[in-house]
Design a protein around this ligand. Structure first.
Ligand SMILES: Nc1nc2c(c(=O)[nH]1)N[C@H]1C(S)=C(S)[C@@H](COP(=O)(O)O)O[C@H]1N2
Ligand SMILES: [Mo]
Length: 341
């Protein structure tokens, strides 16, 4: 796993491939698969005319582009007090990227429509599974509700280039607004299924459980992301800043909804000041940058931010701890110290 440093998120909107976190649950397929992306194939099932399609063929079915936050379900896990097992991500298991590909609904239409009883979109990763273990215990296979047909893409391009191998090229299932694990890299099978997959990563993994509890299908699946924001700079790793005007900046995202506002506090959440969104608004699935210039005297500050979506939901102050350490969006835990000299 590779995490982006807080101060390296930059002040422009899009996260370049070279700065985007990388997370693999299994050894990835050979890099040779991206040499000829159009030759990669995906088997589509659960439609009236099931068929295997190459990326080259998919490109003739439709094209759409979406800017979306890609964020590991465990981003922020390192801030939970119970220290759940798993990578202790802080903020850097996230980025905002532009995907281009064919809308899944157009693939469905080209194959005669959905088969009867379809309720989930199930994507399967193209990794070679280790021998001698139950495939269901390791395969990266996830199901999301069928309603995501409206926005899901089979993407072959990221930030204007073929999807890099590290990020799931030649073809990735992108479910905008859904946390990282639901965005299947090197997708080799796309199925419209009546039930969720029984792969372990879905049935017991990535469930919202009480701390210390193992997951099972009775607990909610880790799907949609919540409204969240954090301050990226001035980053503590860059040391003290000079007294005077300080540019406090960060990113805010609405999960599946657009944002209304974001506030910044320099006193650990006692008082708040509305920050200004800057830069282009690339839609409800992208993050927005914000900035608040503040005149600060020498001293020690605790800087944090809280975002609100267009349905007036505020970012949580504290996200309740959960067994897997998922979806931490609490603004208190994401505060960073700032020394003004
Ligand atoms: N095929 C496949 N897809 C996958 C994974 C994987 O291991 N294999 N990891 C998931 C997880 S947990 C995350 S957070 C994201 C990471 O995407 P990235 O490496 O492009 O940042 O991919 C998801 N999709
Ligand atoms: Mo993840």
């Amino acid at each position: 796993t590779l995490e982006t440093r807080r101060g390296a998120c930059g002040t422009s909107l899009i996260t370049p491939a070279g700065r985007l976190y990388v997370r693999n649950n299994l050894p990835p397929p050979d890099v040779a698969i991206v040499a000829n992306p159009d030759a990669w194939t995906v088997a589509v099932e659960g439609v009236r005319q099931p068929r295997t399609l190459s990326v080259g063929e998919l490109k003739s079915l439709g094209i759409e582009t979406v800017a979306a936050v890609l964020q590991c379900s465990g981003n922020g896990r390192g801030y939970f007090p119970s220290k759940p097992s798993g990578t202790k991500w802080q903020v850097g298991a996230a980025g905002c990227v532009i995907w281009s590909g064919v809308p899944v609904r157009q693939v469905v239409a080209a194959l005669g429509g959905l088969a009867e009883g379809a309720r989930f979109i199930t994507g399967t990763g193209g990794e070679q599974l280790p021998a001698g273990v139950d495939p269901k215990s390791v395969v990266v296979e996830r199901s999301v509700p069928l309603k995501e047909l409206d926005t899901a893409l089979l993407a072959w391009e990221m930030n204007g280039e073929p999807v890099p191998h590290a990020h799931g090229g030649p073809l990735r299932l992108v479910v905008p607004g859904y946390s990282g694990v639901n965005n299947i890299k090197y997708v080799k099978r796309l199925a419209f299924t009546p039930v969720e997959t029984d792969a372990r990563i879905q049935s017991t993994g990535y469930r919202m459980t009480p701390p210390g509890t193992k997951g099972d299908p009775s607990f909610p699946a880790v799907w949609e992301m919540d409204v969240k924001s954090w301050v990226n700079g001035p980053a503590p790793e860059n040391g003290p800043v000079k007294a005077g005007w300080v540019q406090i900046h960060g990113v805010a995202m609405g999960g599946t909804r657009a944002l209304r506002r974001v506030d910044v506090s320099v006193d650990g959440g006692q008082t708040w000041h509305e920050a200004r969104f800057v830069g282009p608004d690339l839609g409800r699935f992208a993050w927005r940058q914000f900035v608040l210039p503040m005149r600060l005297e020498p001293g020690e500050y605790m800087v944090t931010s809280r975002a609100q979506d267009t349905r007036f939901n505020w970012q949580e102050e504290v996200t309740p701890d959960n067994g897997g350490g998922f979806l931490n969006s609490g603004w208190r835990a994401h505060a960073i110290p700032l020394v003004v000299a």
